[in-house]
Design a binder for this molecule. Structure first.
Ligand code: NI
Length: 386
């Protein structure tokens, strides 16, 4: 069996998934397609984890080693701007992050491994829902993913526009940042705009706080650590021009690569909220919510992936110098439970240089069999017989 021989079929599969995108937790059709594909290749299928999650289990020989490979299945609430024949059939839903390609690559690898069985041990093919915002991986773990399907290590792969097709980027350590959110309520006292001294202006205090929060990254963190704090909302007023409102609301997001940095940012924000509140005689309440944790590869598994890739595409096509991304990824939850490696496969410059989550983005069909080949080589190497 030759993966290249399956190229056209994999492309057709990817186009079908692209044309029928489903949002987080609603990946019913996708889940059906995945389960049916695995079943017809003789792979044991388990459904129901996190609702639409699918796990395929393939054993060969008597080896005790076990590997987990993960793909994500959900699409985004974006109206597709492409006009090609496989464009989304559903207004307002789109595979704008390439999860259609990720699912097709892992299915292609599963089919090949089931037919060739050139490995000794167990592979778990993990198809997760709700990667984009709701932590489908976290829910699968909470519902017993790694107890029911134990693996020694778990691997993930995401396409990366801007990285040349035919190349990969593998990070040792952090790949993606955390994505925390915060809401701040500034509680003042409303007043007539002509008599501000009779109230406590939450708007002025909020404006001071927005400015002060910009000092968190620059003054509270080690300059060698990376973090970004962005204020993305500020609501106040909306009443007549002559009314100072009683309350202002501020919100935003924090990205960092280490838990200690998240702690430092949160405590610096607490300090500033208390101080600015006292200075302005208003009450400021911070609600800081931890989102996806940072995605951090373990060194040994990153080295393993690099070695497999060097054999597949040559050392010169395996980048180790790419900076990590400040975006986030819920594969991070899997990497908190098991060692592993999440890497980027080059998607090429893309149509018009489109990046992920753009209405004109599309997964690059030319890399489908390359990605599937990586999964196959990785599995065959990880589960090499004694
Ligand atoms: Ni994605």
């Amino acid at each position: 069996m030759n993966l290249e021989a399956n190229r056209e079929r994999l492309i057709a599969l990817r186009h079908d998934l692209h044309a029928h995108p489903e949002l987080a937790w609603q990946e019913q059709r996708t889940s059906d397609v995945v389960a049916a594909f695995l079943e017809t290749r003789g792979i044991e299928v388990h459904r129901g984890l996190a609702g639409t999650g699918v796990v395929g289990v393939l054993r060969n020989g008597g080896g005790a080693k076990r590997i987990g490979l993960r793909a994500d299945m959900d699409a985004l609430p974006i109206h597709e701007g492409n006009a090609f024949p496989h464009r989304s059939r559903h207004d307002g839903r789109m595979h704008a992050c390439g999860h259609d390609g990720h699912t097709a690559m892992l299915l292609g690898a599963a089919e090949y491994l089931a037919a060739t069985r050139n490995f000794d041990g167990t592979v778990a093919f993990i198809f997760q829902p709700a990667e984009e915002a709701d932590g489908g991986a976290r829910v699968m773990i909470e519902q017993g993913l790694f107890e029911r399907f134990p693996v020694d290590a778990v691997f993930g792969m995401h396409n990366w526009p801007g990285l040349a097709a035919g190349t990969f980027a593998v990070h040792s350590g952090p790949v993606m940042a955390c994505a925390d959110q915060f809401d701040i309520v500034v509680k003042g006292h409303g007043a007539h705009a002509a008599m501000p001294h009779q109230g406590r202006d939450p708007l002025l205090a909020g404006a001071a706080l927005v400015q002060a929060l910009q000092s968190v990254v620059s003054r509270s963190l080690d300059p060698l650590d990376s973090a970004v704090l962005s204020i993305t909302r500020f609501f106040a007023g909306g009443e007549p021009y002559n009314v100072i409102p009683a309350e202002a609301r501020i919100g935003g997001t924090v990205r960092a690569f280490r838990g200690e940095v998240q702690d430092q940012v949160e405590s610096a924000m607490e300090r500033l909220c208390a101080g600015i509140g006292a200075a302005h005689g208003v009450q400021i309440v911070l609600e800081y919510r931890r989102g996806y944790p940072p995605t951090v590869n373990t060194a040994a598994e990153a080295a393993f992936s690099r070695q497999v890739l060097a054999g597949l595409v040559g050392n010169e096509n395996v980048r180790t110098d790419a900076p990590p991304s400040m975006g986030a990824e819920d594969f991070s939850y899997m990497l908190r439970e098991r060692p592993g490696c999440y890497l980027w496969i080059g998607n090429g410059p893309g149509e018009g240089g489109c990046m992920l989550h753009n209405a004109h983005y599309d997964f690059n069909d030319a890399i489908l069999t390359l990605g599937a080949s990586y999964w196959v080589r990785l599995t065959e190497t990880w589960l090499a017989g004694a």
